[in-house]
Design a protein around this ligand. Structure first.
Ligand code: NAD
Length: 349
């Protein structure tokens, strides 16, 4: 049978394991998966765009497991009282195609995106980084702050959002769940002032300029999370020109990331190259680095495996008949027969 994890089950799993412990273990799993880059069958995600958003499918597999995620991005979903990003996905056995896990991935995306950001920052930000500016205080923001506090050693955050209620929500959650020193500022520029790391996680289906070159300082690492689909960016082209830019999977990021503004010849480095030591990553304390994050299927593969592991060991979620378990695999119609019970088939029709 297939294990089914809905949003409440995943929340219970995270509460039982502890978000920080889960993130710390996922960071190791994800790093190890990135290090075996060439073992994966990879493709850029398949996107269906509309004027207001995008719906995407993200498949990936290695020799033993296949994973996919369904995810949307609709920045104006607030008017329907829905989140901007919603997702679910599955893990299957490559040998048989049997789906072993069907899981919510909205909450999971918050966790895995923050872990991917922190993993990238661990090799790209200055090692003594302790302060972070956060532009965009929506659904992703707590996860980002917690991952950077527990995996990177960030101690102080500076928050900005055009929505004061989002800032208040983030401040409240961080004061309750972290030891971070929290400061609220009144502009994106103030959020970037003097920080070691700048995280941008805004949602707007526009070629926006959240960060321009006048906001840069020597040695800054930019964790650019929100520019993740065609026609949706956060960084000015000049910011990218002034920086060393790192991406997850280049063919996908060329279409979806902030580098969509740049010519195809613009040089970028894939994260796996830094994680395997094939590329040095940051080379000086004064260099400006950008992680142009769009979210890659491998991160969901790592997440799904870890969710599956804990769901089994803690027995969380339900076991469902997502695919048939038959005594006679050629008698698929027998399922209808059983559902009809004692009634003759003609009566039921
Ligand atoms: P959200 O809608 O919950 O939050 C976005 C926040 O950005 C809102 O509070 C909004 O007020 C704020 N905002 C919009 N324009 C702004 C501006 N000009 N200046 C300051 N703040 C501004 O969305 P979310 O779920 O937190 O996602 C944030 C972004 O991250 C989205 O664009 C989403 O598509 C993207 N995302 C990327 C990844 C990835 O892997 N890279 C994963 C998940 C989400």
């Amino acid at each position: 049978m297939t294990r089914f994890i809905d949003t409440r089950a995943l929340a219970a799993l995270l509460a039982q394991v502890g978000v920080r412990r889960f993130m710390s273990e996922l960071s190791v799993t994800m790093r190890d998966d990135y290090r075996r880059w060439h073992e994966f069958d990879k493709s850029a995600r398949l996107a269906a765009h509309s004027d207001v958003g995008v719906i995407e499918l993200m498949p990936i597999s290695d020799a033993s497991q296949y994973a996919f995620k369904y995810v949307n991005g609709h920045p104006s979903n607030g008017r329907y009282e829905l989140p901007t990003v919603m997702a679910f996905g599955a893990l299957a056995d490559v040998e048989t195609g049997y789906p072993t896990l069907l899981s919510e991935l909205t909450l999971a995306t918050g966790v895995r995106t923050a872990v991917a950001s922190a993993l990238a920052a661990s090799v790209l930000a200055r090692p003594d980084s302790a302060t972070m500016g956060m532009i965009g205080c929506g659904a992703q923001s707590e996860f980002q702050a917690i991952a950077f506090e527990s995996l990177l050693g960030v101690r102080r955050v500076r928050l900005y959002d055009i929505d004061a209620a989002a800032v208040a929500k983030l401040r409240r959650n961080l004061e309750r769940h972290t030891d971070l020193v929290v400061e609220v500022v009144d502009s994106a520029r103030a959020a970037a002032e003097g920080v070691d790391i700048l995280t941008t996680a805004t949602a707007d289906k526009a070629l926006a300029t959240i960060v321009d070159t006048s906001m840069l300082s020597n040695g800054l690492h930019i964790n650019a999370v929100g520019g993740d689909c065609p026609g949706k960016t956060e960084l000015a082209a000049g910011v990218l020109e002034a920086s060393s830019v790192f991406v997850e999977f280049e063919p996908q990021t060329r279409i979806e990331g902030d580098i969509q503004q740049m010519p195809g010849s613009f040089a970028v480095t894939e994260l796996w190259q830094v994680l395997t030591g094939a590329h040095p990553g940051r080379v000086s304390d004064s260099e400006i680095t950008v992680f142009d994050s769009v979210g890659f299927a491998l991160e969901d593969y790592s997440m799904l495996r870890q969710v599956g592991h804990y769901a089994e060991s803690l027995d969380i979620g339900e076991r469902i008949h997502l695919v048939p378990n038959l005594d006679d695999n050629k008698n698929l119609y027998g399922l209808v027969d059983s559902a009809l019970g004692e009634r003759p088939a003609r009566d039921a029709a």
